[in-house]
Write a protein that binds this ligand. Structure first.
Ligand code: MG
Length: 251
């Protein structure tokens, strides 16, 4: 069932989204070559606690980290590890959420470390663009399929592959709520968007194939051919007017 949020709910959720945004930006600022993904995760964990939130992902379905940290050919759900050292030229996707006043925020960004190949930068740019193309469609009266179609069109036009196995979602008191928000679809299909809905829109895009693999740790999802991949995400509020990007509030 789709949960429509009250004004009071939205006020609390704004705080969660603001902290989610802040910790994601903080992760991008402190990450550097030589740091392990576990060390990065510990900083993320401490930042969330210090600012009055709880790490939404910690323990969710048994996940052991406060953030999913996925490097290069890893798309999503990378487990922070002391053995995984970030190197110059890597791309590092951080997916993180914070819980404040009983509500969750959810956002992700794929960062570059040092000098990254131009073809990889192009993939990141297109994936991020597709997120904003999707958000533009997150308007009252539109349908979920309009969002997915905008994302898919933007990425496929550039020759990239939408991962269909993993999708965005409603978010609120639970990290994963209805509706499902696929990164593909047909215009005019799916649940209708109504003011007060809060959804996580999160294109996951591969360089060379739609397929993915799951590593032996049963968490880490990788690009099917071991090529680069990208993930960007915002939590978005449907309103009477323009969509509000809850994880991108300017200060
Ligand atoms: Mg999400």
């Amino acid at each position: 069932m789709i949960q429509v949020k009250s004004a009071k709910d939205i006020k609390s959720m704004m705080k969660a989204c603001e902290l989610s945004q802040q910790v994601l930006m903080y992760a991008g600022e402190i990450m550097k070559a030589g740091m392990s993904t576990l060390e990065l995760d510990r900083h993320i964990h401490d930042f969330i606690l210090k600012h009055g939130g709880k790490p939404s992902f910690l323990g969710l379905y048994g996940f052991p980290g406060s953030a999913c940290i996925s490097v290069n050919e890893e798309l999503i759900h990378g487990i922070p590890s002391g053995n995984k050292i970030i190197k110059d030229g890597d791309i590092v996707s951080v997916d993180v959420g914070a819980c404040v006043e009983g509500f969750h925020g959810d956002n992700a960004y794929t960062f570059t470390v040092g000098s990254v190949l131009p073809e990889t930068q192009k993939l990141l740019k297109t994936t991020e663009e597709s997120l904003y193309e999707g958000i533009k469609m997150a308007r009252k009266g539109n349908r979920i399929g309009d969002i997915g179609n905008a994302i898919q069109t933007c990425c496929e036009k550039k020759g990239y592959f939408i991962v269909k196995k993993y999708i965005g979602h409603g978010v609120g008191k639970d990290m994963h709520e209805d509706p499902e928000v696929p990164n593909y679809g047909k215009p005019g299909r799916g649940p209708r968007l109504i003011p007060g809905m809060t959804i996580a829109i999160e294109p996951m895009v591969n360089m060379s194939t739609e397929s993915v693999k799951v590593l032996d740790d049963n968490w880490t999802v990788t690009e099917g051919n071991g090529k680069m991949c990208a993930h960007f995400e915002h939590t978005v509020l449907i309103t009477e007017g323009d969509p509000v990007i809850m994880t991108q509030i300017s200060h």
